[in-house]
Ligand binder design. Structure first.
Ligand SMILES: Nc1ncnc2c1ncn2[C@@H]1O[C@H](COP(=O)(O)OP(=O)(O)O)[C@@H](O)[C@H]1O
Ligand SMILES: [Mg+2]
Length: 504
C-alpha cells in the first residue's frame, strides 16, 4: 500500500508551556485502519488536531500524497479530504440530523434550502454505511451512540477520505462499539482511511491494521497488529517511566478513614462501578490507578458525595449517602478536584476570595468577617505555596499550574484528616509537581489519609504506598509491594491483560 500521508518532526508547545508533542511522526497508508495508542497526556489528541488544522504545530511538516501541505485551519483540512470526529460532540441539539450533517455546506435550490435533497443525501449515506439514523430526528433526542453517527455523517457529507476519530468508543456500550467497528470496516472497504485514537488493546487487535504508539509527546513505535500480542503492546505503551524521587519514610498506616463496601454505580450497559470494596487508612497514600473511564472517577465521586450509588460509603466514620458536600468537608475531608476551572475555583474571583471560599462561614463572628485574620492567612498560603500572584489578582489571570497551586494550598491548609487528590498535578509545571508531591507526603506523615487518583505512572510510583487498579468498573489488582512492582506489571493490570485472582 502506498503512503498517503506523512507528518514529520511535529513539535507542539502550548501557550502555558506544555510540550504536548515533541518531534513526533505519523504516517498513513491508503485504505488502512490505523490506531494511535498511548497513555493519557501522551499527545495523541494534539497530534490529530494538528492534522485536522485545529492546532498549529510549533515545528514540523505534513505531506499528503508526497506533496507538502500547510493545514492552517479545519476548513483547509476539509478541502484536503480530512475529517475529524472529536471526543466531545459538536452537534446543534435543536436541529434535525440532516441539517447538522449539512451545517455550513447546505444544499440549496436557488436561495432556499433544499430540505428534501439533504434528507435524501443523508439517508443514502446511512444506507451505504449501515447506520440506523433517522435523518429527520432531532439531534437532542438521540442517544450518544447515534449522535456519534451524526458526527461521522457530517464528515462523510464533506467527502472526507481520511477520517480521524478521537476515542470514539469511550462513550459507547460494547454493543455500540461492535456496530461502530462494523461501520468503520465498511468505510475502509470503500477506500476511506481511518485513524482511531484508543487505549483499549482489544479494540486495536480486533479492528486495526497498524498502531502508532505515543509516549510523552513522542512517537515510540509503529507496529503491524499481526506482529504484536497484547503483552508487547502494553509494554510499548507504558515504557519504563522515570521514577521521580520523593523522600518518603516507611508507611505507618493507622485507622480506616474511608471505606467503600459493595458499591455499584449503574451505567448505560455495564455498571461504571461493579460491587467495589476497599478501605483507605490514615497515614497512607492509597492510589486508585486505571486508564481513564474504568471506574476510578466514579469512586471519587461517591466519596465526595457527588453521585448516587448502591452499597455503603463511609468517610471518617460516617455514612455519606444523602450528606451535602459541605457536611462531608466538615468531617475533615479536603478535595482537590480534577477540573480546577469549573469545580476547583471561582474564575471571577480573586486569589484571596478563592482561598477563603471553603471556610468563609467558619471565620465570621456575630456576622462579621474576621477579615484581618483571613488576609494574613491568604498572604501566608500564597507565599508558602510559591504562587506567582498577589492576593488581589483575579485567579483567571494565573497559569494552569499556579491556579492548581491555589486550589492545593486552600485544600491542604484545612488540616484535613482525609485528602482526595484527583489528578493533582495534571498540566502543572515540573517545579510545582515536586512541591505538591512534598505537601502530600508531609500530610501523610502527619497521619492524614490520602486517596490519589492519577493516570500518570511516574506519579503513582513515586507517591503510592498501596495501589488499587481499576479495570472495567472492578478492582483488577491490589498492589501492596509498590517498590517491587514494575511499570509493565501495573500496565498489564490497567489494560486488562492480567488480573489478580484475589482482587475481587
Ligand atoms: N489546549 C491546551 N492548552 C494547554 N495544554 C494542553 C492543551 N491541550 C492539551 N494540553 C496538554 O498537552 C498534553 C498532551 O495532551 P493531549 O494531546 O490531549 O494528550 P492525549 O490525547 O494523548 O491524552 C497534556 O499534558 C495536556 O494537558
Ligand atoms: Mg486525548
Amino acid at each position: 500500500m502506498s503512503e498517503l500521508l506523512c507528518m514529520k518532526g511535529i513539535t507542539k508547545r502550548y501557550g502555558n508551556g506544555v510540550l504536548a508533542n515533541e518531534d513526533a511522526s505519523f504516517s498513513l497508508r491508503e485504505g488502512e485502519i490505523h490506531a494511535i495508542a498511548g497513555e493519557n497526556g501522551a499527545g495523541k489528541s494534539t497530534l490529530m488536531k494538528i492534522l485536522f488544522g485545529a492546532e498549529q504545530p510549533t515545528e514540523g511538516t505534513i505531506s499528503l500524497r508526497g506533496k507538502p501541505v500547510k493545514i492552517s485551519s479545519p476548513r483547509v483540512a476539509t478541502e484536503l479530504g480530512i475529517g475529524m470526529v472529536y471526543q466531545h460532540f459538536m452537534l446543534v441539539d435543536e436541529l434535525p440530523v440532516y441539517l447538522n450533517v449539512f451545517l455550513g455546506v447546505e444544499k440549496r435550490k436557488g436561495l432556499l434550502l433544499d430540505k428534501q435533497a439533504m434528507i435524501d443525501a443523508t439517508r443514502a449515506l446511512c444506507e451505504k454505511y449501515d447506520m440506523p439514523v433517522d435523518p429527520t430526528a432531532l439531534c437532542g433526542d438521540l442517544p450518544v451512540g447515534l449522535r456519534q453517527k451524526v458526527e461521522i455523517l457530517k464528515v462523510l457529507a464533506r467527502e472526507a477520505k481520511i477520517i480521524i476519530l478521537d476515542e470514539p468508543t469511550a462513550v459507547l456500550t460494547p454493543q455500540e462499539t461492535e456496530q461502530l467497528f462494523h461501520q468503520l470496516r465498511i468505510l475502509r472497504d470503500n477506500k476511506h482511511t481511518i485513524v482511531i485514537i484508543t487505549h483499549k488493546l482489544k479494540e486495536m487487535k480486533e479492528l486495526c491494521d497498524r498502531i502508532t504508539i505515543m509516549r510523552q509527546g513522542k512517537t515510540v513505535g509503529v507496529v503491524d497488529v499481526c506482529d504484536v500480542d497484547e503483552q508487547k503492546l502494553s509494554e510499548l505503551m507504558v515504557g519504563s517511566t522515570v521514577r521521580l524521587k520523593v523522600e518518603k519514610a516507611p508507611v505507618r498506616a493507622g485507622e480506616v478513614v474511608a471505606e467503600m463496601k459493595k458499591v455499584t454505580v449503574p451505567g448505560s450497559g455495564k455498571p461504571k462501578l461493579d460491587s467495589v470494596s476497599f478501605v483507605a487508612r490514615a497515614g497512607e497514600i492509597l492510589c486508585l490507578a486505571g486508564v481513564e473511564g474504568n471506574g476510578q472517577q466514579q469512586a471519587i465521586e461517591c466519596l465526595t458525595g457527588q453521585i448516587a450509588y448502591s452499597g455503603s460509603v463511609q468517610v471518617l466514620g460516617e455514612e455519606i449517602l444523602g450528606k451535602s458536600i459541605r457536611k462531608i468537608r466538615d468531617l475533615g475531608m479536603a478535595h482537590i478536584p480534577e477540573d480546577r476551572m469549573t469545580m476547583g475555583t471561582d474564575q471571577r474571583a480573586s486569589l484571596h476570595e478563592n482561598l477563603i471560599s471553603v471556610d468563609f462561614d467558619r471565620n465570621t463572628r456575630l456576622g462579621f468577617l474576621k477579615s484581618k485574620h483571613l488576609k494574613a492567612r491568604s498572604e501566608k498560603q500564597l507565599k508558602d505555596f510559591l504562587v506567582k500572584g498577589e492576593r488581589q489578582t483575579p485567579i483567571s489571570m494565573l497559569s494552569g499550574g499556579n491556579m492548581q497551586k491555589v486550589v492545593v494550598a486552600r485544600e491542604l491548609s484545612q488540616q484535613p484528616r482525609l485528602v482526595i487528590a484527583n489528578q493533582p498535578t495534571r498540566g502543572v509545571d515540573v517545579g510545582a509537581i515536586a512541591f505538591i508531591h512534598e505537601k502530600l507526603v508531609e500530610l501523610r506523615d502527619q497521619g492524614c489519609g490520602i486517596i490519589l487518583v492519577s493516570a500518570d505512572m511516574s506519579e503513582v510510583f513515586s507517591l503510592a504506598d498501596r495501589i488499587i487498579v481499576f479495570h472495567e468498573g472492578k478492582i483488577a489488582a491490589e498492589i501492596t509491594d509498590v517498590e517491587n512492582t514494575t511499570e509493565q506489571q501495573l500496565g498489564r493490570y490497567m489494560l486488562g491483560v492480567e488480573r489478580m485472582e484475589a482482587a475481587q
